[in-house]
Write a protein of this length. Sequence first.
Length: 719
Amino acid sequence: MSALVETCMERRPVKKPRACSHCHLRKVRCDAWQVGLPCTRCRRRQQDSTCVLVAAPSQSERTSSQEILPQPNQADSDDCDSDLGLLQGVLGAPPITLTPNHGPPQLQASSTHQIDQGNSEVAAVHLALNTPPSDVSVQEQDVQLRIAEEMCREDTTVVSPNHSGNADECCEVIEYHEGITPVTILGQAIGKRQPNRLTRVMLKRARTDKGPQMGNMQAASTNMDFLEQKGALNIPPRNICNQLLKIYFTCVYPYAPILDRAQFMEEYYAGRQSMFTMQSILANVAAHAPEELLQRIGFNDRETAQKTFYSRAILVYDLGGETGQLNRLQGSIMLSSLSFTYAMDKDYRYWFSNACRIATQLGLHRQYISQRVDPKSKRLFRRIWWALYNRDVLMAVLGLTNLTNFDERYCDTNQLTEDDWDDTKVPDRFASVIPPITRLHKICFLEHCRLSLISKRFLQYFKTPGRVPSASEIQDLENDILGWKNKLDPGISLLSFQEWSVANVLVLVLLAISFRLEAVFYRTLRDIHRRNGDSASMQQVTQRQENAMFELSAIMQRASINDVIGLCPLSFMTCASSILAMRIEIALDPSTAPKKKKALTTQLSTELQYLREGCEYWGSITWTVRMFEAAMVKTGLSIQQQQPGMGAEGVERGFQHAEANQRPRDPTFLADTSNMDAFDDPDMFFRHIPDMDTMNNLAGVFPLADDYDWIESFLLAPS
């Protein structure tokens, strides 16, 4: 054998065994080349039918992806694929090469790359920048250069999320550049026009993953193996997962339409779903799933299932298992609705802030991006933005956050319309999992958006430090709050429905939130009149507050009578706890007559029962019930004869009393649940949807909000 042949054989790379599509996507070891198809992992995950080998790249693709370097024997030549040529001619820099030891770039003088300040070269580069952007990934040190290149391109270039961006060892970063930075200044100067502010960069994952948890690709593989061992990459079997997804799209999705449902199902059926998004969905839907269904996948109760899926989602995120920007945004929104402990660092506020960070990075708050993305992405982005905005305002009004994340002075995204739902017609192959979007779903969400804008004005008028709203501002806000109900679509009137179910419970939730806002508004006015010594105005707004509380209590009663409390989001129970706190506050007011106080005691007992019903669905409500029961006993407002200082035993007796008074379940449904095969049919399951058990859901975590005067009196009262 000649020396030349031996040298070529030494330099020839070892052929890497091909992995199946699932293992390739998760970046884990695959033994398909040893045991055949399906591989061991796919057999264990029951993905035999979709276990196929990844297609080998064509010769042209290999040639185009190889980097040609001056030193062919350089060990890490794949780290030198920087796309630097586009701007170097304009900047007057000779070509850049890297030394074998990856030291500082060395400038090599060349007569063909002399500095030329003439307009001809600028025009030539400008013409090159008008070509479509390439999807070649770049290293971390070349990101700013690539962004500057992208800013010089034509504004007509479409920059939409690429769902296949994670499959090629790189992550896609789409960013809206609002500020004045060296990059934006350079992009505007070279492009000779306003810079293109929405850019996309394909960043090599080997660089972005470096950190305390991922030092190199070997460490990344170790992390993926760890996720596999912890079950974070596992999902329930297809028949059960289909049922859980249908529950999600029926009970959760209408309040936060943040997914492209058809695209999600395409990826799910192909085995390419985002594990972070999927685990986040399961964490939300576990609260709504019957325990019998969850027991089939190894969980004894809903809370255990919810915590398990929640921890899996966090593991996938923390260990770099999800690099898709849009998937991170959607999963973070879902996790922002869950909470299991008061002291947890990554609580619902953390995930909501993370979602807001990604959304503003994508530019969802600006109308400009609607011109740069495809129509389908534009509609999706607009729905995501308004879902975030609604939750941001609602959490602040409910007292769950101290500040809102968005300042509407810098947001100009257009109002949502009914046309922004582009998946009204469900593909036939997904019809068994995805329910149709009705007009009621759309108008309820649109009215949530209108109510959020009114609520934001309430926060601005009454929560801004040192600001006292004027009489005209108060009157205008009151007119808007009351006028909102008068302008509601006739299709969502209380009189339009004879009974309440999963199909129309959104109306009850919407009206409950509006009446709570009205009651809180008048309570705030009452405090202002009290400080000003205006007893007549104070009495007037107190009466209006109680009228709003009456309407809200009636809505709670409708939900209880129709047994749909478990189908509502947790924000609905937040409204119930707000009524209870306000009634205690009024009962403890020295000006309240004894006769009225006695009537309030009866109302308190009834409304506390609504909270007890909620304990069956949301574990966090038990914290609020314990507080209210202890407060009512301590202040003498409890109907039951309980001793002051009641502890856990007294609360437990209260829960047992609530269980004894609950209505019997539908015997037909109970008969069906005895046959576990009935759950294999999602349609049969949803014929009994009113009896589903639920726990934590959207738009809020802790049912008690705001700072009520009676709490301070209660804490200072002697035992």
